[in-house]
Design a protein around this ligand. Sequence first.
Ligand SMILES: Nc1ncnc2c1ncn2[C@@H]1O[C@H](COP(=O)(O)OP(=O)(O)OP(=O)(O)O)[C@@H](O)[C@H]1O
Length: 340
Amino acid sequence: SCGGARCGRSWPWCCCRSYAGRRRGAHQPGTRHRGRRRLGPHGFISYPRLYCYFRSAAAPHDQRAAAALQQNLDKKLFGQHLVSKVVVKAVRGFLNNTNAKKPLALSLHGWTGTGKNFVSKIVAESIYKRGLQSKYVHQFVATLHFPHAHSINLYKDQLQSWIRGNVSICPRSLFIFDEMDKMHAGLIDSIKPFLDYYELLDGVSYRQAIFIFLSNAGAEKITEVALDFWRNGRTREDIQLTDIQNALSVSVFNNKNSGFWHSTLIDRNLIDYFIPFLPLEYKHVKMCVRVEIESRGYTVDEDIVSRIADEMTYFPREERIYSDKGCKTVDAKLDYYYDF
Ligand SMILES: Nc1ncnc2c1ncn2[C@@H]1O[C@H](COP(=O)(O)OP(=O)(O)OP(=O)(O)O)[C@@H](O)[C@H]1O
């Protein structure tokens, strides 16, 4: 129990935002939240709901937010043409829609180190000034927050109450579920009502919320398609969403280790987009190395770039096209070459 401690960015199930919400009567079933007055951090009177509304929910009408998302993805994300296209369309469309019928639900799939967390961060930064640090952004990591299979019913209750409490406070809340493939089967179904087409549930509307699920499940399927294109002499940019999306959702639905195994979220079509992250090639790894060198304030040395990219391992064994860690570990390898 947090015992009324100050609200932090950690994961206190019992308290903080849910607790604060309860104190304000924000997420009691059937209670309408009116944004009551309270003293802000500097002694000013603040209106929590309005604060959230103007800081966050006003973003949909801000073309700059959508433009920033596009710009950032174009500039920072390598080798993921499908991701850039779909994420921009989905998020921009959703933010600009004042009459959304359901929350936005995106499921990002792909090999490790291909940019799933990176993209979630860019999405958060485009909507909320403080990005992942915003108190309206909630990140769950399956192995950290839902470790024990025997506690699944408890987690279900806690997850529901966490989401209910936070959406009551801020309708434009963002929930990111990492490591979906390590989530106990059935747990994620507990949030199904929130992702559905209800106008109100116990007086709360979830239609402005955004849910992003991250998973390695389906990576083999994605690699299979990418390899097929490569072996047939076609460029990876020729791959269309339609070449992967259906097969991906079916494979995730039928994969016992996907977190979405036989999930009602999938069979009730509550996930809006299954977004495939293609495995990264040698040239993409080099791009990541260059960015990392520049971010540390050094001039790019192409010799070091090649040496680091060469150190990574690539698959399949014969062709050696795709990095098996994507761009992960690139920053650690740099430490060896530079005396920081
Ligand atoms: N496609 C990419 N374009 C640019 N940078 C990338 C890309 N993929 C990964 N990176 C870099 O590598 C780092 C690690 O990637 P990230 O954490 O997003 O991988 P992930 O797909 O979420 O992996 P995992 O499945 O293991 O969680 C990112 O912070 C980013 O710096």
